[in-house]
Design a protein around this ligand. Structure first.
Ligand SMILES: [Fe+2]
Ligand SMILES: [Fe+2]
Length: 188
C-alpha cells in the first residue's frame, strides 16, 4: 500500500485545484473523526484524500471506464452516473495504490452509505459532508453532531440525501435506504 504522502502528490496532479482542496478538507475532517472515535488515522487520511479521485472522469465516460476496470455497476448506478465516481475511485485505490478492503469500501460507499457501515465508512461519509469547503446552512450543525454522535450524524446525512433525492425527483440508491433502515431498526 502506498503511503499517504505519495498519494497526496498523485491526487494533487490528478485533480483540479478546487477538488484537490475539497479532498484535503475531507482528509482533515477524517483525521479529526478518526481520533475522536479511535479509528486508524492513516487509513482515514488515505480514504479521505482518495475518495473523489475519479470524480473528474466525465460522466459520459464513467460507464465505459467502469467496464474497463471490471467494476460491476447496478441499474441505478448506470442511470445515475454521479454515483459511479465512488466505485471507480475504490477500484483505483485497490488496483493502482494497493489499498486494503477497509479503505476501498469506505471510498466505494462515501456517497450512498450502505447497510451496517463500518467505522471508517461513517467517518468518510461524514467528512465529505463537513469539510471546511462546504458552506451549506447545516454544515456546522453536522460537523458538531459528527464529533458528538457519529451514528446520529450519519442518520442526519442519510435523511438529508433521501429528502433531497425525492424533492428533486431523482433516483435514490437502495444502499442509502438500507443504511437508513439499518440505523433506524437498531433504535427500535
Ligand atoms: Fe464524492
Ligand atoms: Fe467528496
Amino acid at each position: 500500500m502506498k503511503k499517504f504522502e505519495e498519494l497526496f502528490e498523485i491526487v494533487e496532479k490528478t485533480l483540479s485545484e478546487k477538488r484537490f482542496y475539497h479532498s484535503r478538507c475531507v482528509t482533515q475532517r477524517a483525521i479529526e473523526y478518526a481520533k475522536i472515535y479511535g479509528a486508524n488515522v492513516e487509513k482515514a487520511k488515505i480514504a479521505g484524500i482518495l475518495h473523489d479521485i475519479a470524480k473528474e472522469i466525465p460522466k459520459e465516460e464513467r460507464v465505459k471506464t467502469a467496464e474497463k476496470y471490471g467494476v460491476i455497476l447496478d441499474e441505478i448506478e448506470k442511470k445515475s452516473t454521479g454515483l459511479i465516481h465512488s466505485k471507480l475511485a475504490s477500484k483505483l485505490a485497490e488496483m493502482k495504490f494497493g489499498c486494503d478492503k477497509e479503505i476501498c469500501d469506505a471510498i466505494a460507499y462515501h456517497t450512498t452509505g450502505r447497510e451496517n457501515m463500518t467505522l471508517l465508512d461513517k467517518i468518510i461519509y461524514l467528512a465529505d459532508f463537513t469539510g471546511q469547503d462546504r458552506n451549506y446552512e447545516d454544515t456546522n450543525y453536522m460537523y458538531d453532531l459528527s464529533k458528538k454522535d457519529l451514528d446520529k450524524a450519519v442518520l442526519y446525512g442519510l435523511e438529508k440525501t433521501i429528502k433531497m433525492r425525492i424533492e428533486e425527483e431523482k433516483l435514490l440508491h437502495p444502499d442509502t435506504l438500507k443504511a437508513y433502515n439499518f440505523i433506524i431498526s437498531k433504535s427500535l
